[in-house]
Ligand binder design. Structure first.
Ligand code: PLP
Length: 393
């Protein structure tokens, strides 16, 4: 769980400000893209680093009726009274391992995903112990080649087993679902075959008598670009935080999205150094002339990618600076080119870009990764500061 602090608290080494109005607005934008579908806000991995419970509440305020997580522990935490998530919001989790907290999940009225017979056996036993049916969603591997049940005999066995469990009063099959491999690459040749296979696997299950509440496959890029994939529910994650799924889909502003996280730090030190001065471990940066250096008190322990050494952009007093040399565990240095901001001056690593600061997409490019990783990896040592919380929170 991330440390959280109230706005206006004591001066902070660093902070990740989370604009919950942006989350609400993004959910509204995405819902407008899929007007016929219910909305599952994906808040796994602590809301992609933004804080699961505050973002879940914001999404619900903006019309989400479902929440999605990877692990059952993440889902159970959202059912805890302190999370402030209304009881009638459905919560689904999909990443199970044998011996997981099936009984707690059944008792907490979670929707649990099943990809194979071992999971059906475990959830049936949990339902017996809990004395109530489990809400289960059958996951089809329509081509991602990761989780999910293979089409053909495996799917037949899982569907028939689930129907027997339903007849015995142990489960209710609430959903049929899948996940895309390449929706972030519009026009990718895997997209149409995945949709076809999904329709076939749904048709088989429904033909045998499964009567799901929801059928779903659309992540953020599919919600934004593939209306034919919306079915009964869309399941966006990254876009609700205002980060683009990929440069090919567009920048956040092109998509009507507003980045919710601004990561900044207070300069810990500003000092003059002569020309030829090596900077940070390995001396991969050597000052080209006499200059000033600013010490940014964030490092790879805080989730700043070491791969952004010598490339990551930072806004200091209205100017873009670049990480000088290596990102260390707790700190890195920027060459301020002779400018002399005072210690404590704000260094903005990324944000919406409204003030001219870099974005998460800029950091992704600098570090050779994706925006998802940039925001999700920001560590628990960085306090989250929430702004624009809604009236219901
Ligand atoms: C199963 C599943 N559904 C939905 C999502 C949301 O995807 P995105 O963040 O691309 O919207 C994810 C995230 O990876 C996922 O694993």
């Amino acid at each position: 769980m991330n440390e959280t602090v109230a706005p206006g608290g004591a001066a902070l080494r660093a902070r990740a400000e989370i604009d919950l109005a942006a989350v609400r607005a993004n959910v509204e934008v995405l819902r407008a893209q899929a007007p016929g579908a219910a909305f599952m806000a994906v808040v796994k991995a602590d809301g992609y680093g933004h804080g699961a419970a505050p973002c879940a509440r914001a999404a619900v305020e903006a019309g989400a009726t479902w929440l999605g997580t990877a692990t059952p522990q993440e889902a159970l935490a959202l059912r805890a009274p302190g999370a402030g998530v209304p009881d009638d919001v459905r919560i689904m989790c999909w990443l199970w391992t044998p011996g997981g907290p099936w009984r707690e999940a059944v008792e907490a009225n979670l929707d649990v995903s099943l990809s194979g017979m071992w999971a059906l056996d475990e959830v049936m036993e949990a339902a017996r112990l809990a004395g109530r049916p489990a809400r289960v969603q059958l996951k089809a591997d329509t081509g991602l080649g990761r989780g999910g049940c293979q089409p053909g005999d495996d799917w037949t066995e899982l569907v028939e087993g689930a129907l027997r469990a339903e007849a015995a009063g142990l489960v209710r099959v609430t959903g049929l679902w899948s996940h895309f491999a390449c929706a972030d690459e519009p026009g990718h040749p895997s997209i149409a075959p995945q949709l076809t296979r999904f329709r076939e696997m749904i048709a088989y299950a429904q033909g045998r008598g499964v009567d799901p509440e929801v059928r779903h496959i659309a992540n953020s890029p599919a919600t934004l670009t593939l209306p034919e994939s919306h079915f009964d529910l869309v399941r966006p994650g990254i876009a609700m935080y205002g980060v683009s799924p990929s440069p090919e889909i567009g920048a956040p502003a092109d998509l009507g999205l507003h980045p919710a996280m601004t990561l900044s730090a207070s300069l810990a030190l500003v000092k003059h150094v002569p020309a030829g001065h090596g900077v940070s471990y390995g001396h991969h940066y050597v000052t080209p002339g006499a200059t000033t250096l600013g010490l940014v008190p964030l490092g790879y322990a805080d989730g700043i990618p070491r791969h952004a050494s010598s490339t990551g952009p930072v806004l200091v007093e209205g100017k873009w600076r670049t990480v000088a040399g290596r990102v260390a565990m707790d700190q890195f240095v920027v060459d301020l080119g002779g400018d002399e901001p005072g210690p404590g001056a704000e260094a903005v690593l990324f944000g919406p870009g409204d003030r001219g600061e870099p974005t998460a997409e800029d950091w992704a490019q600098a570090a050779g990764t994706i925006g998802y990783e940039i925001v999700t990896r920001i560590g628990s040592r960085v306090p989250r500061v929430y702004v624009n919380e809604g009236s219901g929170t």
